[in-house]
Design a protein. Sequence first.
Length: 118
Amino acid sequence: VQLQASGGGLVQAGGSLRLSCVAPGSIFSIAPMGWYRQVPGKQRELVAAITSGGDTNYADSVKGRFTISRDNAKNTVYLQMNGPKPEDTAVYYCNTDRRRAGSTWWSWGQGTQVTVSS
């Protein structure tokens, strides 16, 4: 079963964008979640994570600009992107935070493309 990420698109540098990702199943509420991104030729990297209790942490590259949040009633995790930069251009995915969960609990899905223009 795949995760469904949405909300991507073309945004100007300095603008804002909000990504959403819906996960199937009641297990979402206990899942430590993360937002990942990938550009061609590079490995997928974790940029933001949130525990089941709401504690968050971020990669240095996005700290202070991106905010991860979750709504367990809607099985949804969000990524608010404020002040995006061209280097944030990537396909964004959500899944469990592998560092805490030990593995990804769902199939990756197609992700959502974010393109930041300068």
